[in-house]
Write a protein that binds this ligand. Structure first.
Ligand SMILES: C[S@@+](CC[C@H](N)C(=O)[O-])C[C@H]1O[C@@H](n2cnc3c(N)ncnc32)[C@H](O)[C@@H]1O
Length: 221
C-alpha cells in the first residue's frame, strides 16, 4: 500500500504502483500504464489527496475516442507526418504517442490534470518517443503554431464540450483538427465531417456496453 500524499508528491510512483503496462486491443503497438478498474483507483486517489468529489482518474484508461483517433493516425501517418501536433485533453497520452510514432515533427500533450501529465511522461518513455507536456488551460487561446490539433473523447460534459467546440472550430482554418468520439452526449451537431469509424472494445465498468462504435471527425475549416 502506498503512503499518504504519494499521488501529489510522487505522481510517477503512484502511477507505477497502481497500474500495469498494457495495450488496448485496437492499438496493440502502444503500451500504456493503465488501471484494470476505475472505482478502486478513484477512491484511492481521493484518499491520497484527502479530497472528495475529484474527477475520475481519466489518465488511467485509454478512452474509446482516444483509441479510435490513435488507430486512425497510425494507419494514416500522412495526416500528421512532419506536423506540429497538439493532443488536447491527452489523458494517458495515447494520441500524442501515436502522432510521434506516425512521424509528427513534435507533439504537445496537454491536460489540466497533473496526474495525466505524469502518466503521459511515463507512457511516452515506455514507447520510446519524445512528447512535450503542458498543464495550462489552452481552451480559447490562439494557435501556438500547431498544424494538427487532435482531441480524443472530450464531449462528455458541459461546459467543457461547448467551449472546446467553439475553440476547435476557430483553429480549423489553420490546422487539421480531428476528434475521436463514441457518441457522447455533447458531441457537436454541425461543422464536422465523419472520416472513419471503429468498433472499440471497452468494459461495462467504464461504459454502458462492451463495444463502443466510435467516429473520427474532422472539423471543417
Ligand atoms: C475522457 S478523458 C480522454 C483522455 C484521452 N484523450 C483519451 O481519449 O483516452 C478527458 C480528459 O480531458 C481532460 N480535460 C478536461 N478539461 C480539460 C481542459 N480544459 N484542458 C485540457 N484537458 C482537459 C481531463 O483531465 C481528461 O484527462
Amino acid at each position: 500500500m502506498i503512503t499518504p500524499g504519494r499521488a501529489l508528491d510522487h505522481p510517477e510512483a503512484f502511477i507505477l504502483e497502481n497500474t500495469r503496462l498494457q495495450s488496448s486491443p485496437l492499438v496493440p503497438e502502444i503500451q500504456l500504464h493503465l488501471a484494470d478498474e476505475m472505482l478502486p483507483l478513484w477512491k484511492l486517489t481521493e484518499a491520497e489527496l484527502d479530497a472528495s468529489g475529484l474527477p475520475p482518474p481519466w489518465w488511467a484508461f485509454a478512452w474509446a475516442g482516444g483509441q479510435a483517433l490513435a488507430r486512425h493516425i497510425l494507419d494514416h501517418p500522412e495526416l500528421v507526418r512532419g506536423a506540429r501536433v497538439l493532443d488536447f485533453a491527452t489523458g494517458s497520452g495515447i494520441v500524442a504517442i501515436a502522432a510521434m510514432k506516425a512521424g509528427a515533427m513534435s507533439a504537445r500533450a496537454n491536460d489540466i490534470d497533473p496526474m495525466a501529465i505524469a502518466a503521459t511522461r511515463l507512457n511516452a518513455e515506455a514507447n520510446g518517443v519524445h512528447v512535450r507536456v503542458s498543464a495550462d488551460n489552452l481552451v480559447g487561446q490562439p494557435s501556438h503554431g500547431w498544424t494538427a490539433v487532435l482531441a480524443g473523447d472530450i464531449c462528455y460534459e458541459q461546459p467543457l464540450a461547448g467551449e472546446v467546440e467553439t475553440w476547435l472550430k476557430s483553429l480549423a482554418g489553420d490546422a487539421l483538427v480531428l476528434m475521436g468520439d463514441p457518441g457522447r452526449t455533447y458531441l457537436p451537431k454541425t461543422g464536422m465531417t465523419r472520416i472513419a469509424e471503429y468498433r472499440v472494445e471497452t468494459t461495462r465498468e467504464l461504459e454502458d456496453n462492451d463495444v463502443r462504435h466510435t467516429t473520427v471527425w474532422r472539423f471543417e475549416p
